[in-house]
Design a protein around this ligand. Structure first.
Ligand code: PAF
Length: 280
């Protein structure tokens, strides 16, 4: 059975107040729709960890720095509701835009430092949009726990810090990236790749894994970056925006994998911007 789709905050509040009054815990999986197995793994984690589960679907205009990217973002609400049906979620919250950004909305949530690098550098304003909408979704859903994929590792760190800094009582839970058999990280953006683009994109995980192995063997990161960039371009990527090694805890840049680290990359294939990261 498909879960009820709620478009109004008042209807959502009626449900969550009822659940809270009987001591039930609430889990939320915030999404922008175009659901894939990665999202569904978050729903599974939420079902296992909470009494009630809400999936939110809202294509958040404030986190798109490129209007064309926003216009092209896939919108597949009916298919999404069908995909969620077997999981027994309790509600799908698809807020009307004015429920999130009412007339005169004037507040921005901005997490300093963590938002300036990588995605923040290449997509100015993106993380202010993410932090603002996620703060609203946490407060609107009254969730005890919120589930995010490690695929967007920088986002995971930022929303964790935001919830802590603002004393929002939602615990942020990170879940492993789900990959295609080719190694390609699942992403709603993959829907825009042609079959040839998908083949090109699949090389990224292999190239990142090779780089991670060299780092694990003690290699210095700097000299390897140019080689990895050349490998990506040779595999058919059209542009490499960044390849970076950073601390898994603080996101500080590292020269060696001397402590728990993550390797991050953003590159374009087939007109689609693809990001990924792996632990080192
Ligand atoms: O990861 C996403 O899909 C979005 O950034 C999120 C967390 C739903 C906020 O719009």
């Amino acid at each position: 059975m498909t879960a009820p789709i709620l478009r109004r905050l008042a209807d959502l509040r009626a449900l969550t107040s009822d659940w809270q009054s009987t001591g039930q815990t609430i889990g939320v999986v915030p999404t922008m729709g175009a659901l894939h197995q990665g999202h569904l793994s978050l729903v599974e984690a939420a079902k296992a960890g909470c009494d009630r589960v809400i999936v939110t679907i809202f294509v958040n205009p404030k986190q798109f720095n490129n209007p064309e990217d926003l216009a092209k973002y896939p919108r597949t609400e009916n298919e999404d509701a069908q995909k969620l049906a077997p999981y027994g979620v309790d509600a799908i919250y698809v807020p009307e835009p004015e429920e999130i950004y009412p007339q005169g909305f004037a507040t921005t949530v901005s997490v300093a430092g963590l938002t300036d690098v990588m995605e923040g550098e290449f997509r100015p304003g993106h993380f202010d949009g993410v932090a603002t909408v996620v703060a609203k979704l946490f407060l609107q859903t009254q969730a005890d726990r919120a589930y995010f994929g490690e695929k967007d590792y920088q986002q995971l760190m930022i929303v964790t810090r935001m919830a802590r800094d603002l004393d929002i009582g939602t615990e942020v839970v990170g879940c492993p990236t789900v990959r295609e058999p080719s190694g390609l990280a699942m992403s709603s953006r993959n829907l825009r790749l042609t079959p040839e683009g998908l083949e090109v994109a699949a090389n990224k995980n292999r190239i990142m894994n090779d780089l991670a192995s060299a780092l694990q063997n003690g290699a210095e990161f700097g000299p390897l970056v140019k080689l990895a960039e050349a490998d990506l371009l040779a595999a058919g990527f059209t542009q490499v925006e960044y390849i970076q090694l950073r601390s898994a805890e603080t996101l500080e840049p590292l020269t060696h994998a001397s402590r728990p680290a993550r390797l991050f990359a953003a590159a374009w294939a087939d007109g689609v911007r693809l990001i990924d990261n792996i632990p080192v």
